[in-house]
Structures are given as C-alpha cells and as structure tokens.
Ligand binder design. Structure first.
Ligand SMILES: Nc1nc2c(c(=O)[nH]1)N[C@H]1C(S)=C(S)[C@@H](COP(=O)(O)O)O[C@H]1N2
Ligand SMILES: [Mo]
Length: 311
C-alpha cells in the first residue's frame, strides 16, 4: 500500500547479487524511489553515505531474506514465518507511543510513515546464530518518530512491543509457548536516536513481507537480529531499562545490549565467525566484525563500558 509506487522503479534497478553494490548508484535509485517532493530525505541519505564508510557487501537474495526467518509468533521453525505470516492483517495499523513523551497517542501507520520521507538503507544484518545477510531496507529514522513524540528530558530508554493477536498468529496459540507475549525489545535512548537505527516498512524497494515484520519493524544493524523487533504496535519512552523477550527467556545467554561482538561468545557457541545466508553450509565462514562492521559509527556509544558485562 504505502510504497507500491516504488515497485516498478526499483525492480529494474536492483543490483544483481553477484555485484558489489555501488552505494552511489543505489542512492540514485533512492532518489527515484522518493521522486518529487522528497528532497529532505535524499539529503539525509547523502549525509548517511558520508557517515557510513565502506560498502556492506553483496546483497542477499530476496528469496533468502524472505524465506529463512525468525518470527516466533508464527512458529519456531525458520520456514514457518513464510508459510503462516500471511494470515496477519496489517492494514489498518496503528502504533501507540506513550510513556515519558509530551505527545503521546495512537499514531496511524500512514501518519507515522509518509512515502516522501522513505529512505533506502543497505545494512549488514546478523542473527545470533551466526547468519549474516545484507539487506536493502526501506524505512525512516527511528529518531524522527521519537522526536515527534517529544520525549521528556528524563527519558532514558525506548521499549517496543509486537502485536498480540492469537487469532492470526498461530505461534501464540496452543499450550507450548517459548516466549512470553508480547515480544518485547528495548534500546537506550541514544541508541534509538542514532542515525543508523531505522523503522523499516519495506525491503528491496517493496512493501515489507509479513514474515519480515510487516507493516513496521525495527532495524538496528550493529546488534544481533533479535533486537530488530517486528510488527510493532507500541513504543514507550521510559527511565528504566526495559524488559526484553530473549533476556526474559534466558538471561545468561541474551543481554540487554546484544551488540555484535566477536570477542564475547554466546554461552553455547562462538560468535567469532559467521556464515552468509544463501552461500550454503559448505561455504567458508567469515570473521564477525565488531559491531557488525559499524564500529566507527557506534563505538562511541559504548565508550568506557565493559562489553563482557554489558553483553
Ligand atoms: N516480534 C518478533 N520480532 C522478532 C522475532 C520474533 O520472533 N518476534 N525474531 C527476532 C530474531 S531472533 C531475528 S534473527 C530477526 C529476524 O528478522 P528477519 O526474519 O527479517 O531476518 O527478527 C527478530 N524480531
Ligand atoms: Mo535471531
């Protein structure tokens, strides 16, 4: 619905997987994507280009990005979301923004995300199970949404919640539930306001497939995948560190920060190497990069912190 117009423009311009992405060409594509009234968004993309250093690598096939997913509301298997997430009604959709803000309210999705403000962001994306992807997301900076809600000075964290709707989410039905719903995530306010942090409503220039978290999901490219919460219905500003689903499930294995860090292993496996989704299980693993390759941009957020303790 929202970015339908982008389909035709983008599909002809997608760089084949085998090519190393040319960010400038891609941004030219983005200019087309947001054609017309969208100069501010384009300007921001150019700033981002300056700030973001090296290219993230070849794009992962859209098929892989949309058929190998984690979305426990639809089942525990990585093939479940593609099979079952189609049952979710994503229109109409609204997001409640509450807590320590001057402008709380229920914001309709189309009011929160205007096509003219959309940007394309090509990010490395990393699952804790050591799968790596490169995804051309479409979305808006989370900072813009938070600024609009106007946090009060003492707000320090942002909490997120996913929809609870067992009638459409088969993973929320039945007697065995691994996670306590709603799926919850959180960021420190400075992490949430960082220009790399986006709310995505699309990928590959098209509307976000349900299995990837339609209609609106978080993308925090320097953190493990589970921080990037899907199908968001609530954003709460708070002064207390929010509870997060995986930390609630297994606190010893999943900390609040969850920054990609090759030096801090998961208790049950090493995080020093990663596999590229789609490359096959026999492909050589590659080294995991500190902060998933975004150390220059985000390292300063954690200056002086013990990242073994704050994992
Ligand atoms: N609501 C919700 N969000 C979620 C999850 C989930 O189960 N439910 N899984 C997380 C995990 S573990 C990962 S790795 C990413 C996967 O995102 P992708 O399927 O778009 O690759 O979504 C994250 N967001
Ligand atoms: Mo994950």
């Amino acid at each position: 619905m929202l970015i339908k117009a982008a389909d035709k423009i983008r599909s002809s311009e997608i760089t084949p997987k085998s090519h190393f992405l040319n960010r400038r060409a891609l941004l030219a594509g983005t200019a087309g994507l947001i054609a017309g009234a969208a100069l501010p968004g384009y300007a921001r993309s150019l700033d981002f280009e300056k700030a973001s250093g090296d290219l993230p690598g070849p794009l992962t096939d859209k098929d892989d990005i949309t058929s190998y997913n984690n979305f426990y509301e639809f089942g525990l298997d990585k093939t479940d979301p593609k099979k079952y997430a189609g049952a979710l009604t994503t229109d109409p959709w609204s997001v409640k923004i509450d807590g320590m803000v001057n402008n709380p309210g229920d914001y309709a999705l189309e009011d929160l995300i205007k096509p003219s403000t959309l940007e394309e962001r090509v990010y490395r994306f990393r699952c804790v199970e050591a799968w790596a992807m490169v995804v051309p997301w479409v979305g808006i900076p989370l900072a813009d949404v938070i600024a609009r809600a106007d946090p009060v000075g003492s707000a320090k964290y942002v909490a997120f919640e996913t929809l609870v709707r067992p009638s459409e989410m088969r993973g929320q039905r039945g007697s065995f539930q691994l996670l306590d719903w709603p799926y919850r995530e959180g960021l420190r306010l400075d992490e949430a306001m960082h220009p790399l942090t986006i709310l995505a409503n699309g990928l590959y220039g098209e509307e976000l497939p349900n299995q990837n978290g339609a209609p609106l999901r978080l993308v925090v490219p320097w953190k493990y995948g589970f921080k990037s919460i899907k199908s968001i219905v609530r954003i709460t500003l708070t002064d207390k560190q929010p509870q997060t689903s995986w930390n609630m499930q297994a606190a010893r294995e999943y900390g609040f920060y969850s920054n990609v860090n090759p030096e801090v292993d998961h208790p049950r496996w090493s995080q020093a190497k990663e596999r590229v989704v789609g490359a096959g299980i026999f492909a050589k693993k590659q080294d995991t990069l500190m902060f998933n390759g975004y150390a220059d941009e985000v390292g300063g957020l954690y200056a002086g912190m013990d990242l073994r303790k704050n994992f």
